[in-house]
Design a binder for this molecule. Structure first.
Ligand SMILES: [Fe+2]
Length: 281
């Protein structure tokens, strides 16, 4: 069992993932948190602060200075040790592999030594006590930091991973698509990513609120609008892959390589993410 930090939360938590070097989205996220009156200690980032977009160094600085809690993503894990790639495990020669090589090299040049040290010191797991439950916050999968867990990932596999944590539920990130499911009375929640749209054909991005409420918690997904045109123009000026720059405005991913069939078929369909109340087990 990995070493964990335990947080007790009486107030609503704001969860976001995948800032992906998107400075404009990260600024908008922190402004939205302030507008909602959420203190930095009650904001949790599920990792991948750095990835596809143009401002690796500035986005890291903003997150580091903000005081929000961050779980290590595979991008932090790789950049902290100057690894050769982002650690997503894309198959050689696939579109994701070719696109990631470009942004990773660009980000690796921007990142300072103090930022590498900060990324390397991030926890791989945070535990939260909230609304009578204990939730384990991880990046991708419980066993693998870059493991993909989607809404369509089978329930038995999610149950198996939740059981491994010893907690009542999991908050994860990495796959970039928001969803919330209750499986055999346990929770799997992914807030989505703020640095890249959710392949739904709209430039908006997603975060979530986890709110204690009468013997349980309410999980609500929220869309965030931000200055995607500026973020995309900086990517084009930096010579980053056009596919990801275009995706910020089109809301459609440049490659569907990592998506299961269910999520591929949903390409371009607006997300409908109702609130879910989860009673404490
Ligand atoms: Fe990731």
């Amino acid at each position: 069992m990995p070493k964990t930090s335990l947080i007790h939360a009486d107030d609503p938590l704001l969860i976001f993932g995948g800032a992906y070097s998107n400075l404009e989205a990260t600024q908008a996220m922190l402004a939205e948190a302030a507008r909602r009156g959420v203190a930095p200690a009650n904001i949790i980032c599920t990792g991948d602060v750095v990835a596809y977009c143009a401002d690796a160094q500035a986005t890291l600085d903003l997150v580091m200075q903000s005081g929000v809690r961050v779980v290590m993503g595979n991008c932090e894990e790789s950049l902290a040790v100057s690894a050769d790639d982002c650690g997503c495990g894309f198959e050689a020669g696939t579109a994701c592999d070719l696109l990631s090589a470009t942004w990773y090299a660009y980000a690796a040049k921007q990142v300072r030594d103090d930022q590498r040290a900060w990324m390397g010191a991030l926890p791989r797991r945070l535990d939260i006590e909230i609304g009578g439950s204990r939730l384990a916050v991880i990046h991708g999968g419980v066993e693998q930091i870059a493991g993909y867990v989607f809404a369509s990932t089978n329930a038995a596999e999610k149950s198996r991973q939740i059981a491994l944590t010893g907690a009542d539920g999991v908050i994860g990130g990495h796959c970039g698509l928001p969803f919330t499911q209750i499986i055999d009375g346990r929770l799997w929640h992914n807030a989505g990513a703020i640095g890249m749209p959710a392949n739904e054909g709209a430039p908006r991005v997603w975060f979530s609120m986890v709110t204690p409420e009468g013997g349980g918690i309410r999980v609500s997904h929220h869309a965030l609008d931000y200055d995607h045109a500026t973020a995309a123009s900086k990517m084009r000026a930096a010579g980053l892959p056009m596919g990801y720059a275009d995706a910020l405005s089109s809301g459609l991913w440049p490659s569907l390589d990592v998506l299961p069939q269910t999520e591929r078929r949903a390409t371009g369909a607006p997300l409908d993410l109702p609130d879910i109340f989860w009673p404490a087990p």
